[in-house]
Design a protein around this ligand. Structure first.
Ligand code: DQA
Length: 146
């Protein structure tokens, strides 16, 4: 089964972001880890990144039409993009929100997610492993295990 994994702004620049917050993997390595974990759990992951809100909204619309399950790290859009939230609400299959860091343990502006309310659940704070945990959670959701 296909899953769409969407990464928001600045996540393609993990190579120059603070590794004490976001971990040591660059984006290519993160993408590879996600694809490998997805395969392990029987998914074919389409892993994408964009810095552009409209592009992400277009991907969510297509996923809604195709009933594709979605894992999303909306990055900074998490905290203020009502447009991404409204697009995410259109999804027909499960949506899991992920974060590399734990936004709740960081600056106050990161404590609000406008996406969480339309997601099945949120996983954050485990570095790249957040995505692996999200894939496992997605597997369980789709098999009715949780
Ligand atoms: C992030 C957390 C966000 O607050 C931040 O803007 C990001 C990455 C994370 O994965 O920890 O860009 O979503």
């Amino acid at each position: 089964m296909k899953i769409l994994v969407i990464n928001g702004p600045n996540l393609a620049r993990l190579d120059i972001r603070d590794s004490s917050i976001y971990g040591d993997l660059n984006y290519a390595e993160l993408k590879n880890l996600i694809e490998t974990a997805a395969t392990t759990y029987g998914f074919e992951a389409d892993v994408r990144q964009s810095d552009d809100e409209a592009t992400i909204i277009g991907w969510l619309h297509a996923a809604a039409d195709a009933k594709t399950p979605v894992i999303i790290n909306p990055a900074a859009f998490t905290h203020y993009s009502y447009a991404i939230r409204d697009a995410a609400e259109l999804l027909k299959a499960p949506l899991i929100e992920v974060h590399l860091s734990n936004p709740m343990a960081r600056e106050e502006f990161r404590h609000t997610s406008v996406i969480s309310g339309v997601a099945n659940g949120t996983i954050g704070g485990f570095g790249p492993n957040s995505y692996v945990l999200a894939i496992i959670a997605m597997k369980n959701l789709l098999s009715g295990a949780n």
